[in-house]
Design a protein around this ligand. Structure first.
Ligand code: SF4
Length: 208
């Protein structure tokens, strides 16, 4: 009999090639969880693993040692939903995407938040369907906000700011997340939130 359980979110590192698990990593997951565990494939590129509460720390360490990332599940920012970096690590901005992922994954938020990254304007990772997205445009970066693919009132993200340098990305995105945390009304969705506070106010916030 399993006692109390909790869910953890597991993903491979942000890398050239995209969301690739190695056979060893999948074997590690299987061995760590045992035969009855639930493993869920989420639509946001994380696996949700149901683990016994008292083994959570141990399993997390094991998965991390095997090169996977482990974050909380639920009402948090998901790990960065990035593209496959098919244009190569440098051209597609792999380093900045990794830094961004480290800074944003697993932050508690009023509603789950999806943050995307695309290494070029072809945007094969569907950046305009994410709450917040960074798109690399040759040598600068553009940030989009307010993508909402769920339900029947869908929306495409709008451009918030363009011409950013690599060094500005993390601070702009974390500022947006913090502002949402501080000012959302209850469980207000990010898209509804930015409609209420307006794009202009967000632009002033990040310019200041
Ligand atoms: S967004 Fe651009 S760089 Fe990234 S996988 Fe798609 S085509 Fe390649």
């Amino acid at each position: 009999m399993m006692g109390e359980t909790m869910k953890i979110a597991v993903s491979p590192p942000i890398q050239v090639g995209g969301s690739l698990f190695t056979p060893e990593q999948l074997a590690t997951i299987g061995a760590a969880l045992g035969t009855d565990a639930k493993i869920e494939m989420t639509p946001f590129k994380q696996l949700y693993l149901e683990v016994p509460l008292e083994q959570q720390m141990l399993i997390t360490e094991e998965l991390r040692r095997s090169g996977m990332e482990v974050h909380p599940a639920g009402f948090v920012t998901k790990s960065l939903i990035a593209c496959n970096f098919c244009k190569g690590a440098e051209e597609a901005g792999l380093e900045v995407a990794r830094r961004l992922n480290q800074s944003i994954a697993g932050i508690e938020t009023p509603m789950p938040l999806k943050i995307g990254y695309a290494g070029c304007a072809l945007g094969t990772s569907e950046p305009l369907l994410k709450d917040i997205s960074v798109v690399k445009m040759r040598n600068t970066y553009e940030i989009f906000v307010g993508g909402e693919p769920k339900g029947l009132k869908t929306s495409i993200a709008q451009s918030l700011v363009s011409g950013l340098t690599e060094d500005q990305i993390v601070s702009v995105v974390t500022t947006l997340i913090q502002f949402y945390k501080d000012n959302a009304k209850g469980k207000e969705k990010f898209k509804k939130f930015i409609d209420r506070v307006t794009l202009e106010q967000l632009q002033q916030l990040i310019a200041g």
